[in-house]
Design a protein around this ligand. Structure first.
Ligand SMILES: [Zn+2]
Length: 196
């Protein structure tokens, strides 16, 4: 922390400089090296100005496992008959450090009748879905609701992003037209952020 940022609630990582021992007493979550105080952990600072003490409190980690009812997003890895296999990398807006496998069955893909899974999604697409059940850390998904479905589709001929057009999902590069079960906000901005 530089002098102007010395306040509580600053996000710090291990080794970050918090101050010098002439101005602060090192509190929990800190260590002293050559007269300077550093953070021992990843967390947020707490400055006790009365006692001139600096501490770092660990960030509380929220369980990053999808639950039944969770909104998740991820990429379609594979299509197997009436099922799509997804790599779930995000719960809500939060990116996961690992990933989970999700299965979307054709009967849970759309509120209306769908004849073939390839009119729902294709390999490489990004989808938003709701978790409806889980078994051995495989999550069964549904995209029947309006705001669920494909949020980013790729042309199966050339790999370019598809845009919603009058006749279906259209590729602006090669002119290919495809079908998808898209979410209501398809193409309207930051629906999905790449995992960092
Ligand atoms: Zn194309």
């Amino acid at each position: 922390m530089n002098r102007s940022e010395r306040k509580s609630g600053i996000f710090v990582a291990p080794g970050d400089l918090l101050g010098v021992i002439e101005e602060f007493t090192p509190g929990p979550g800190t260590y002293v090296e050559h007269g300077t105080i550093h953070s021992k952990i990843t967390g947020r600072t707490l400055l006790d100005m009365l006692n001139k003490k600096v501490s770092v409190y660990p960030l509380v980690r929220v369980a990053s496992v999808p639950q039944i009812g969770s909104m998740v997003s991820g990429q379609v890895l594979d299509m197997k008959g009436k099922k799509a296999v997804l790599r779930i990398t995000q719960i809500g807006q939060r990116s996961l450090s690992g990933f989970f496998t999700g299965i979307l069955h054709i009967s849970e893909a759309s509120a209306g009748y769908v004849d073939t899974m390839s009119s729902v999604c294709k390999t490489g697409d990004i989808m938003r879905a709701k978790v409806i059940s889980d078994k051995n850390r495989t999550f069964y998904l549904s995209t029947t609701e309006k705001d669920l479905g494909v949020i980013h589709a790729l042309c199966s001929r050339c790999g370019h992003s598809l845009q919603q057009g009058k006749r279906g999902m259209q590729c602006s590069r090669c002119g290919n037209i495809e079908r998808r079960k898209v979410s209501a906000d398809y193409g309207k901005g930051a629906a999905y952020e790449e995992e960092k």
